[in-house]
Design a protein around this ligand. Structure first.
Ligand code: FMN
Length: 363
């Protein structure tokens, strides 16, 4: 996923029954040009279960060159034929390539004959079920060895009903495995489809982003659980540093969106997510603690969670040490292991635009 599904998130979802994870989308041209961000995405050393790299691009030579850089690290390379975003429109890749089926077929043929790993495709539905079926068969003939289908059209973006009948028809007609994607809210829905159609697997996106433990959680998501999941994600991000701090923002937005919806008292903390100085999981943990407190949820004891770390104080606590002495007055109770004069780790919660506002330690 764009700015998501980095190692921290992958390790978190692997703790449940997720069998295969995609890396964040990789721009083939940037990988070939040696861009550090794209290269950080393909660092999969030490990961135990298989990963799939998804490439975006429209130039067969570039896609093959990018594929050669990663083919030995991954279980497969997937060609992105589903992205409907502005960047894809500008670059004429992703779902916009679906308008050029002959070009796509030639790309898939070039990739599958040049690369040593399997080549997969992820598409959206075309305008009619017949057109989708014909295109899917062409991809199979060109060497695509697994087809993931987001069962919505490009115009639908990520919303609206999914067309499971067309998915079913394509899975019936192809020899290669077909993966269903779009609108799966939980494991029960996925199991139902797997039991009743020839579809081989189900891919989760939005709902898994909203709850990385969606497949094993037995209780429905509520605000306390959302904060817990956000905290867990940040713990993983401390253990597995993210390639770019914007990944933290993307994942927290998805996990906390429903908690913040229609709650003006939380907007202050929510708006911190995109501040340019929010770069470390530590800062996001502080934000989360403040947001949990504003929501009336049990306090997060950051000091106990990370006892070997410099503890955190809010700005009012730093300005008025008596708040720490009297926890009833403190905005967030983070004082347990705090040296009295330590001001090194700060979440500046009252001047959200200041460049010097936050300085938090990271791992
Ligand atoms: C934040 C976000 C990032 C995404 N990035 C990608 C991507 O890089 N490549 C891709 O093929 N699909 C991407 N998608 C689309 C999802 O893979 C999926 O096809 C879509 O969300 C439908 O599944 P869902 O209904 O389970 O969300 C993204 C979706 C979201 C919400």
């Amino acid at each position: 996923m764009v700015r998501g599904s980095e190692r921290a998130f992958r390790e978190l979802v692997r703790a449940q029954s997720v069998h295969l994870c995609y890396l964040p989308m990789i721009q083939a041209a940037k990988l070939v040009a040696g861009e550090p961000y794209e290269h950080s995405l393909i660092d999969v050393d030490g990961e135990e279960s298989p990963v799939v790299a998804q490439l975006a691009g429209r130039d067969a030579d570039e896609l093959v060159a990018a594929g050669r850089l990663i083919q030995d690290k991954v279980a497969a390379i997937d060609l992105n034929l589903g992205c409907p975003q502005i960047c894809a429109k500008r670059g004429r890749y992703g779902a916009f390539l679906l308008e050029e089926p002959d070009l796509v077929v030639s790309i898939v043929r070039a990739m599958s004959s040049a690369l040593t790993c399997p080549v997969w495709c992820k598409i959206r539905l075309l305008e009619t079920p017949e057109a989708t079926l014909v295109f899917a068969k062409q991809l199979e003939e060109a060497g695509c060895s697994l087809l993931a289908i987001h069962a919505r059209t490009r115009a639908q973006l990520g919303e609206g009903p999914v067309d499971l009948d067309t998915l079913h028809a394509v899975a019936d007609a192809l020899e290669i495995p077909v993966v269903a994607n779009g609108g799966f809210a939980n494991k029960t829905a996925a199991d139902k489809l797997l039991d009743s159609t020839p579809v081989s697997a189900v891919m989760f996106a939005s709902e898994l982003l909203a709850n990385p433990r969606l497949l094993t959680d037995e209780t429905p998501m509520d605000d306390a659980l959302a904060v817990r999941r956000a905290e867990e994600y940040l713990e993983y991000a401390l253990r597995y540093p993210v390639p770019d701090h914007r990944h933290l923002e993307v994942h927290l937005r998805h996990i906390l969106r429903r908690t913040v919806k229609n709650r003006p008292e939380l907007i202050r903390w929510w708006s911190l997510l995109s501040r340019p100085w929010m770069k470390s999981p530590w800062q996001y943990l502080c934000m989360l603690a403040l947001m949990a407190q504003a929501r009336g949820l049990p306090a997060m004891d950051l000091g106990a969670r990370f006892p070997d770390r410099t503890p955190l104080r809010t700005m009012p606590e730093l300005r008025r040490p008596e708040l720490v002495a009297n926890p009833k007055n403190a905005k967030v109770n983070l004082k347990s292991t705090m040296p009295q004069n330590d001001t090194s780790t700060v979440l500046h919660d009252d001047k959200p635009n200041g460049d010097t506002a936050a300085s938090a330690q990271d791992t």
